[in-house]
Design a binder for this molecule. Sequence first.
Ligand code: TXA
Ligand code: MG
Length: 330
Amino acid sequence: METLDIKYFADLITSGQVVAFPTETVYGLGASAFNEAAVKKIFALKQRPADNPLIVHVASLEEVTIVAEKPSPIEEKLFSVFSPGPLTVLLKKKKNIPDIVTAGSPLVGVRIPSHPIALQLLSEARVPIAAPSANISGKPSATHHEHVIAVFGDTVPVIRAGATTYGMESTVVIVKNEQQIVILRQGVITKEDIQRVFPDVNVSIAGEDDSDLQASPGTRYKHYAPQGQVTLLPLGNAMETAVLVKDFISKSRAEKIVVLCSAEVVRLLPESISAIALGSENDLSLVAHNLYDALLQCDKLGATEILIQTFPETGIGRTVMERLRRAAES
Ligand code: TXA
Ligand code: MG
């Protein structure tokens, strides 16, 4: 990779501009979290509803208290185990964070990314960076700088750092009390990962395990949707899925069908079927990593109908399925 002048981009952030930058999850559209006018630009660029708050990124655990009140012991342990990394914890916000960032909420989502460029950008800019995923609201998140450039062109300076590590967003959690951690948005870190660290704490997923709890505002909106109509196939082994795909296609009148499925299924399909392999059934992290890129490829291919297989709902598979169901909502 060419050397990147991160200081240049950090100066843009400090001077109130929006910069697209890589994180280990997805690309972010970042601005100084202290600068209300700059944050406003993010909402406009993304066409983001004003009631959907932004995550604030900081460079280290010590810096969390720049933007939020001191974390409780459980919150602190969450950070020390999973950060830097794909975890966002909701904490009481400090007054220096303008209301626009949190959409008026007294809580701010704080995340310490692990991507070296994100960390360098944060330390050179010397301000916390508010950043949502770098996509138009409702569309799949950008997992490569080319995805960002395809959407925002020359309107946003982009740090070109290639593909991100996970290709899937951070997990957003709130610690309700010493007995309860709630996942408000599923992500790279799974319920099982958190439960393993806190065997005696109840870990639940808002809206799924716990219908009383409201998931993050962002999870209410249409999301991750490609242009084509998405149909999810029922769960089955590779043979069964391949049969379902062939059957569906033989009956469909769609102009252009693209199939997203495991490598095992692709191997069982005739060449005449346009199929994208997301990864092996035995490696759902790879499936998660490739998902948004595959959805964006469907748009490029002009797919009017997208047929996607169902994956087992354990670990990261649950996050993948949540995204697929949302993509299928029309
Ligand atoms: O991996 C990620 O989290 C990426 C990278 C760039 O850090 N960011 C990201 O941001 O995915 P965004 O804005 O696309 O999604 C943030 C999610 C939304 O569902 C939002 O509603 C929720 O987090 N969220 C953020 N702040 C919140 C708050 N104060 N209260 C409740 N939910 C919050
Ligand atoms: Mg997003």
